[in-house]
Design a protein around this ligand. Structure first.
Ligand SMILES: Nc1ncnc2c1ncn2[C@@H]1O[C@H](COP(=O)(O)OP(=O)(O)OP(=O)(O)O)[C@@H](O)[C@H]1O
Ligand SMILES: [Mg+2]
Length: 146
């Protein structure tokens, strides 16, 4: 795997992180995969909400089978948010059929991507969020890999 681009940002509030997600969304194209890593409560979902806003996501559909998969309608097709927190059994992950979302009319956002590291295409965005010094400080690194 190769890193094509690496950008580092510092957010000082949840709003900053959401805004960064919103701005980042404009770079996304159908078929893109965004893997969001970071400790509990670091802000992965804030960033996802920003992407949703940036892409004018609407028509939220919760998967009938899996509460941690959410689909939204967007201009080019489907925006999918998969949150693998609490999934710890590999057998459960295999049942999800996550690869079905790795297709040209989907943008796929995945929280806790470590759990499916072997399934993730090498061409993707890795968003890594880490706590900073202050309570609301976060360091956000966005890497484009191939
Ligand atoms: N700079 C910041 N960026 C993002 N969130 C922040 C920031 N500062 C404070 N917060 C707060 O931290 C929390 C982040 O929650 P969020 O659900 O986005 O985290 P998460 O990484 O998705 O957690 P989980 O692993 O539980 O899914 C929110 O309560 C938010 O208000
Ligand atoms: Mg979350």
């Amino acid at each position: 795997m190769m890193t094509l681009q690496r950008d580092e940002y510092f957010a000082r509030s949840a709003h900053d992180t959401l805004d960064l997600g919103k701005t980042f969304a404009s770079a996304l194209k159908p078929g893109d995969i965004v893997a969001l890593a970071g400790n509990l409560g670091s802000g992965k979902t804030q960033f996802v909400i920003g992407i949703c806003e940036g892409l004018h996501a609407h028509g939220h559909i919760a998967s009938p089978t899996f509460t941690f998969i959410h689909e939204y309608n967007v201009a080019f097709g489907t925006l999918v948010h998969i949150d693998l927190y609490r999934i710890n059994k590999r057998s459960e992950i295999d049942e999800l059929g996550i690869e079905e979302y790795f297709r040209d009319d989907c943008i796929c956002m995945i929280e806790w991507p470590e759990l499916i590291a072997d399934l993730l295409p090498s061409e993707r965005y890795d968003v890594k969020i880490a706590y900073g010094e202050g309570e609301n400080d976060r360091r956000i690194v966005i890497e484009k890999t191939a």
